[in-house]
Design a protein around this ligand. Sequence first.
Ligand code: NAD
Ligand code: FES
Length: 279
Amino acid sequence: MHKIVSKARLSPNVTRLDVEAPRLARIRQPGQFVIVHRAEGAERIPLTIADADPEAGTIALVIQAVGKSTRDLVALEPGEAIADIAGPLGKPTELIASGRALCIGGGVGTAVVHPIAQGLHRRGVSVLSVIGGRSKEWVIFEKELRALGEVIVCTDDGSYGRRGFVTDAAREALAAGGIDIVYAVGPVPMMRAVVNLTRPSGVRTIVSLNPVMVDGTGMCGGCRVAVGGQTLFACVDGPEFDGHLVDFDLLMDRLTTYREFEQAANAACEDGACRIGLR
Ligand code: NAD
Ligand code: FES
């Protein structure tokens, strides 16, 4: 069992849970994730390890409440516990050893960019983060990223920072030159737009993919993605890949495959059916 030691609401539908997981806190590396199983009968949810405190023996999980399972997870309170957390899973981020990196985080994807920026900063790489949200209350991890380098905040409606998408600020940063590598995490259209920005110059661009995952160990095939014409599994071959090689159309298609079932699960809960066992 993994006790929840603290809980914080980061944006209208994003919650941070710091949970006891001493082994994970000690050995996790940037880019790695865990599969969280709240309780018997619950769905298994893949979540990036957004931060860790090896001394306290805790890891930070950042959860966007979009469906029944994620809503159940964020309903947990400090003192309560998560039954199982499997990991660390996935390949660690490919970190450059020196130079300057542009880290782009869109919405909840900013929590996934944070450990990458941490890893780069520890190596002495100069980090410029461009992060964005729909409006001010959707911007997350700004303070944490400011501790690691320069940060440009963007909001779609201009309520905080500069108005526009993260890609607008990223375009200017790339035009100014001196960027050795780009890491981009967020909605698929955002990652695709970043990749299109860097394609002409060929600046290496790493994206983190979030297809549906089940076992997280390369057994079920649920998380398959096409990269460079090859079928790969995000859970064991990724979740980070060379963005210039990713087939984003296929990824979008596969992400919508289970929408009908997700909507049915949500509707069942709204009817109260989930409380009588219709999970
Ligand atoms: P959102 O839709 O609120 O967008 C966040 C920001 O991304 C925007 O403010 C904007 O700056 C940028 N953005 C969005 N669409 C863009 C576009 N077409 N072009 C350029 N920039 C764009 O994001 P959200 O609600 O926080 O995130 C939800 C999405 O993120 C979900 O689809 C989820 O699956 C995905 N997600 C991805 C990962 C990952 O590892 N790749 C992790 C968590 C969530
Ligand atoms: Fe099953 Fe990746 S989640 S193969």
